[in-house]
Unconditional design. Sequence first.
Length: 325
Amino acid sequence: MKHVSILVPETAVIEAIADPNYIFKAVNQFLVMSGKSALFDVHLVGLSKEIKLENSLFSVHTDRLLKEVESTDLIFIPALSGDMSTAIELNKGLIPWIVDQHENGAEVASLCVGAFLLASTGLLNGKKCSTHWNSANEFRTMFPAVELVDGSIITEAQGIYSSGGANSYWNLLLHLVEKYTDRETAILAAKYFAIDIDRESQSSFMMFQGQREHSDEEIKKAQDFIEENFQDKITVEQLADMLAIGRRSFERRFKKATNNTVIEYMQRVKIEAAKKSFESSRKNINEVMFNVGYTDTKAFRDVFKKVTGMTPIEYRNKYNKSVNP
């Protein structure tokens, strides 16, 4: 029997508590129906018997208090809501227990922005991690010792798992079901819950929002210029000269401030503009390509696929109903 502890932190997103509870109990039923024994002993665990969530709209009653769980095999840290620094402070009492359990062999999985609480344990330092794409800049600022993987649905490092944003945590749940049972059971769960199994990227859902939570005003001017003139050919030298900064110094400062190289930032701005055009207009691929400043079809396609995980035509067909009435 595998002991699964689903934490119930303050400010938790209730779906991220209910869903792992639901899927692992459902998998028990699948196993019993196939003539096998139930595998998972699932409990909601917290610092108190009752935790009120979403401004007291919901009350969650835990099965066990933290101090009552001496050992477990798998810990889920659900997504948190609101300000992440405040959420971490409210839940700091969970951190020593998570660390102790991991040191005693438990695996730990964070769902979506539950990665912030997981990273606060220090267990992710020097390791890779996933979280919601919209929280990437904030995460990197708060946890520079953690390697955040942009666009990834699942990361795994030495018994520590994390998932991408929002509903992509279902893919991590399936991944763990397969690990603890088998592929056949994971496929059955995927079909039962109508989940696209083995989805590896949240790139197609990401919207680029240039990192501006920094204090380098000259770099902000460069960002403004890039975003206002993305359709033009802009060079690194042009930007450095405009700001009267040496090229190497400018590139170093830009990377430090935005977490992107200058070239990466220009590409991301162009591709974001192309995505919006594909979503809202009937322009063909070449028209959009030229409008965002690309003249080489292969280069545009390669960069677009690198950023979004899809080709331009795949993206347009997926997100623009007017081209697929």
